[in-house]
Design a protein around this ligand. Sequence first.
Ligand code: ADP
Ligand code: ASP
Ligand code: MG
Length: 408
Amino acid sequence: MDKVIVHKYGGSSVATVSRIRRIAGNIVRYKKKGYDVVAVVSAMGDTTDELLTLANKVNKNPAERELDLLLSTGEQVSSAILAMAVQNRGYPAVAFTGFQVGIITDSAFTKARIMKINADRIKKELKQGKIVVVAGFQGMNLDMEITTLGRGGSDLTAVALAKSLDAEVCEIYTDVEGVFTADPRIVPSARKIRRISYDEMLELASLGAKVMQARSIEFAKKYGVRIHVRSSFNTKPGTIIMEEVKEMEDIYVTGVAVDKNEAKITICDVPDKPGIAAHIFSKISERNINVDMIVQNVSRQGYTDVSFTVSKTDLSKTVEIAKKVAREISASDVIIDDKIAKVSVVGVGMRSHAGIAAKMFKALANNKINIEMISTSEIKISCVIRARHAEKAVKTLHKAFELHKLKR
Ligand code: ADP
Ligand code: ASP
Ligand code: MG
């Protein structure tokens, strides 16, 4: 078999017919260079959002099984159209759904995990000289139900296929020239990072930098899949996501990210005794909901307030559970706050440098941005602030850490 390359084209890269034609040209270029090409595609433009809106018009709380069946169609359309565009250039191409190429997932509809890939079918087609186009974002569980891999999940399809096919590299084609020190739409002076470690990218992605899906990076790190994030509009080199090398630690902060997709829930007057937190959070995790930050206030007269954040998409489910638990434990109230944002700084250099948190808090304070919750890990610091301050906070931190001068 020739050396394999996996390409992934995001929604904006396949939004129009002329863009799809251009991408077909890029795929053929790699085929001519001697690669076996597997191209993973997202749905065209805003198709996924439009399908979600459609579902919500008939049901505010649609069943997740049917939601996945619906959402997976977006990628079916773009994969078939892209294969046709390649065929039109005189090259044999074949398009598949996730199910057809053996992407087996668990049954967590809307955020399924890949359990196994049987890549025999793809290998067979490549051997026959065909270009293989795969509908991203989807798989099938063991009951043959169609599942989706979470928003941005085509990245995961691409990385997982790159691993299964032992590809030389997984190229992620998108609408920016790589991974930047902050979202270039918020901070125009943001710099492209030439090389970033899996850990930094994983944090940035988990903390809101939607350029890569977090799970795809988790997978890439686990199996050492090399990723190149680059523009689908030009041929400039982008960002390589790779294993950490020593010099990366020389930079304390590599990027700033912001996430406005979380909401805060507070359960008021929770009895302060052993087992209560375990009770609250096990009820939530039983429903497959990820809790992010948790803060428990100082106890007064045996009672305390517990606040935590979840993704806005899980908010109504979580509130329902929180209200039920509140009744069970005789808590007085459940308060919902969906006007928050989480702003974070990330960098492997933080491991060996003190004072980053202080500098972050000071920069926010100097700009009159109040911090409501804080969480840290080895290589990141996150603060919850008011949503209306989100963009100002990103710009402030980008400047405070002089990221417009970053050289890496
Ligand atoms: P695609 O449709 O190609 O998957 P996405 O919209 O999912 O593209 O991701 C690309 C977008 O991510 C960019 O348009 C940019 O606005 C946003 N983004 C957020 N943070 C960053 C960052 N640090 N570097 C680059 N892009 C970022
Ligand atoms: N179309 C899906 C989404 O919008 C998957 C993807 O684009 O990666 O989330
Ligand atoms: Mg994406």
